[in-house]
Structures are given as structure tokens and as C-alpha cells.
Design a protein around this ligand. Structure first.
Ligand SMILES: Cc1cc2nc3c(=O)[nH]c(=O)nc-3n(C[C@H](O)[C@H](O)[C@H](O)COP(=O)(O)OP(=O)(O)OC[C@H]3O[C@@H](n4cnc5c(N)ncnc54)[C@H](O)[C@@H]3O)c2cc1C
Length: 391
């Protein structure tokens, strides 16, 4: 069975790519192993830039998502804590919006379906071949489903998350390097009554892990408690999580069985293209490596992958260089500068203790919050220009 474009994965990256291509009248097949709405382990925090992208590309407003019960909490404050003290806290120049990921993702997928993308869920991609184009070679991309069905496409977008099958089919990929920066993450949703006080703003907890952090996020009628970090030494994440629960004075009996999911944490690929395939979102490692923000980067790289594929099909150019051009302009510099900042902060906390982080944040909290939101760049806090806002 032959299609113009196949997108593996219907999360935010796949939905943005599928919507972009279907709007341009392309025949798009979107595959996902799950049926939607599907559970997704995530804090669901949206920054200013994610809100702007949802408005610009999906036509979604926070008011509409709140009415639909998808935005579950809005916070204009934050707190950063260590086990011994509140390191920084204060107001935000723009609020954080918290979403129910299962319903958020299903809503974004509806946009792609309404634009004309064909969605097939409950279909697990078991293997794939990214195909070939150029230099005298031409071979379509191939996807084999778990039931043995083989599908072919002129173009393939791998938006199949952190454990991407599409990525693992790229022959030149340094898998060991990618996996070295794959952070284990654990998160549970708790009844707010299980905590010793109300949680009305997001809390970040440092000093639990050498290269990572914990969080307590408001989530409507629940509270999300999680940790993530790089594997440094012999760290046992379940035991760090239990210590975190203990320090938050939560009765372990109130904690459901622990659930985990890997988070790409500093492994964005420089060239996420091979043959006829592009990678977007977690599949390409596009997560901001200080705070682990991935929803915006999934949406934005999905948008750019869709635009690159559409332009490649119009002009006969290869999609890889078109996609990489957009990533180099907007995405890679942010992720690189955020990576530098995180190592500086992780080292400062290790050598001088968590208070050094508090001093850093308090030295310019408004501008740093604007940086987290994407109003300013991680590169020297310069005002940030996002090209999707100018198209
Ligand atoms: C614990 C935790 C908390 C987080 N909190 C936040 C947060 O608060 N804010 C934020 O911005 N980011 C957060 N992130 C990161 C964010 O969740 C991801 O970066 C984001 O979901 C990436 O979107 P995606 O579309 O690339 O991948 P996903 O959302 O993972 O979607 C991938 C899709 O591919 C499908 N799929 C996978 N394999 C196959 C296959 N073989 N065949 C068919 N389908 C397949 C899956 O079913 C899934 O629907 C968090 C991550 C974790 C783990």
C-alpha cells in the first residue's frame, strides 16, 4: 500500500506535522499504536511559546482549552526549593498553563483529522526502512506494522516518541550517545489531600539528583509529583523518588504504583534526517535540556518537518536540508545554550550547594522566567525571535 506521507506517532509532534501537511492538500496517513485519548506520563506544563504556537498553528486559545477541561490549572507564580529551604519564588511575567495530556493530545489529533489526515490508531509500527533518495538511488520509505502489513510512502515522519522505531532504523545513528542522554523520569498523580499543604503553583525541587530535579505540579483535582535526571553513578531512581515522597511528607500508602518513561535530556540530533525520513519531537531528542520542556519542541519540530516535506514535494528538493535549515535557525541554538546553562547550574549546585541556584535565579528572576517562556533566548537572554510567529 503506497501513500504520499506516513507519520508514525500521533502525539503533539505527529499532530502538528499531520495538520500542516493535510492543510496543504497532501495525502497523509498517521499511525499510532495507542487509541486516543491515551495516557501520557507528563506534567503537562505549557510555556508562553507553546501557547503562541497553539494559537498560531492550531487556532486554539487557552480559554477554549479551559472550557474543554484540557487546561486544568493556570499559575502566575513559581517556587524553587531544596530539601532545606525555599531558594526562589515569585510572580511570572506570563502564567504557566497545565494540561491534561491525554485530552490535550486527542484534541490536537482531531485538528489533523478535520484537516483531512487519515488516522489509524491501534497500529504498532514494528520495523521501518527510511528509504533513499538522490545520488542515483531512489527507494520509498517502508513501514511494517506489528500484524505484518507493509506500507510504503514517498516521505516518512518519525514522531513516535522517545523510543522511536523510525530513529532506530537510521543506519548512521550513534545509539550509545543518544541513550547516554536519555533520562529516566518517574511521575505519579496524587490526591492533593495527600500533601501537607495546598499546591497552587509549580514547585521545582533541586538537590535530589546530581543532574536532574523533582517537581510538584498542580493538575486540577490531582497533583503531579515527579523526578527526572541523567544516570550519573549508581543512582536508583525508584529509591530517589521514595526519598522525595518522604521529604514531601506524603504517606507512601497514598502513592500509586510508580510509572516511568524516558525523557530525551540533551540529545537533540543535529541532522534528524535520513533517506526519505525526518524525525520530530522526542524521536529526534527535541527536549529543552534544563527543564525538560518537550511539548513546545514537539509541536514546533512537527510543524517544521511538515513544512519541509510539503516544500520538498512541491519543488523536488530533498526534505532533510530544508528541515535542518529551520532547526538551525530556531531550535538548535536554544537547546545548545540551555544545555550549557544546565551544566553550569548542576556544577554550581554540586560544588557550592543549592543556595547558589537561588542566588542565580534571584539575580534576574523576571528575565530568567521570560527565557523559560521563550520570550527571551537562552543565548544571553536576548529577545527571542520565533519564525513560526512570522509566517
Ligand atoms: C514524566 C514526564 C513529564 C513531562 N513533563 C513535561 C511538561 O510538563 N511540559 C513539557 O513541555 N514537556 C514535558 N515532558 C516532555 C513531553 O511529554 C514530551 O517531550 C512530548 O510528549 C513529546 O511529544 P511527541 O509527540 O514527540 O511524543 P509522544 O507524546 O511520546 O507521542 C509519541 C506517540 O507515538 C506513539 N508510538 C510510539 N511508538 C510507536 C510505534 N512503534 N508504533 C506506533 N506508534 C508509536 C505513541 O503511542 C505516542 O502516541 C515530560 C515528559 C515526561 C516523561
Amino acid at each position: 500500500m503506497r501513500h504520499d506521507i506516513i507519520i508514525c506517532g500521533c502525539g503533539p509532534a505527529g499532530a502538528a506535522a499531520g495538520l500542516t501537511l493535510a492543510r496543504q492538500g497532501r495525502s497523509v496517513l498517521m499511525l499510532d499504536k495507542a487509541h486516543f485519548p491515551r495516557p501520557k506520563l507528563c506534567g503537562g506544563l505549557l510555556t508562553w511559546k507553546a501557547v503562541r504556537l497553539l494559537e498560531t498553528v492550531f487556532g486554539e486559545t487557552m480559554a477554549a482549552l479551559t472550557d474543554a477541561g484540557i487546561v486544568t490549572h493556570v499559575s502566575e507564580r513559581y517556587a524553587i526549593r531544596s530539601p532545606r529551604a525555599v531558594l526562589a519564588q515569585g510572580g511570572l511575567p506570563y502564567p504557566f498553563h497545565f494540561t491534561d495530556r491525554a485530552r490535550f493530545d486527542a484534541r490536537l489529533l482531531e485538528h489533523a483529522a478535520r484537516a483531512g489526515a487519515e488516522i489509524r490508531t491501534g497500529m504498532r509500527v514494528a520495523a521501518c526502512d527510511p528509504g533513499a533518495e538522490g545520488a542515483g538511488q531512489s527507494r520509498p520509505a517502508r513501514v511494517t506494522l506489528a500484524d505484518g502489513t507493509a506500507l510504503e510512502a514517498d516521505r516518512l515522519i518519525g514522531a513516535d516518541g522517545a523510543n522511536s522505531v523510525v530513529r532506530n532504523s537510521f543506519p548512521g545513528l550513534d545509539k550509545a550517545r543518544f541513550n547516554r542522554f536519555m533520562a529516566p523520569a518517574i511521575e505519579v498523580a496524587l490526591d492533593p489531600a495527600a500533601l501537607s499543604g495546598p499546591v497552587d503553583c509549580p514547585q521545582l525541587h533541586v538537590g535530589l539528583l546530581e543532574a536532574g530535579y523533582g517537581w510538584v505540579f498542580p493538575a486540577g483535582d490531582r497533583v503531579q509529583v515527579g523526578i527526572c535526571g541523567l544516570r550519573r553513578g549508581n543512582v536508583n531512581f525508584s529509591s530517589v523518588f521514595r526519598d522525595f515522597i518522604d521529604y514531601l511528607e506524603i504517606d507512601p500508602a497514598a502513592v500509586p504504583p510508580l510509572r516511568g518513561h524516558p525523557l530525551p535530556y540533551g540529545n537533540a540530533l543535529d541532522d534528524p534526517a535520513w533517506g526519505r525520513a525526518l524525525l520530530a519531537g522526542d524521536a529526534g531528542g527535541f527536549v529543552e535540556p534544563l527543564f525538560g520542556e518537550g511539548i513546545f519542541y514537539a509541536l514546533c519540530t512537527g510543524l517544521y518537518a511538515g513544512q519541509a516535506v510539503a516544500k520538498a514535494m512541491d519543488t523536488g528538493q530533498a526534505a532533510g536540508p530544508l528541515y535542518n535549515h529551520r532547526l538551525r535557525r530556531d531550535i538548535h541554538p536554544e537547546l545548545r545554550w540551555s544545555d550549557r546553562l544546565r551544566w553550569m547550574l548542576f556544577r554550581a549546585v554540586k560544588l557550592a550547594g543549592p543556595r547558589s541556584l537561588g542566588l542565580f535565579v534571584n539575580s534576574g528572576s523576571t528575565r530568567l522566567a521570560e527565557m523559560v517562556h521563550g520570550m527571551r533566548s537562552f543565548a544571553w537572554l536576548r529577545p527571542k525571535r520565533w519564525y513560526f510567529l512570522e509566517q
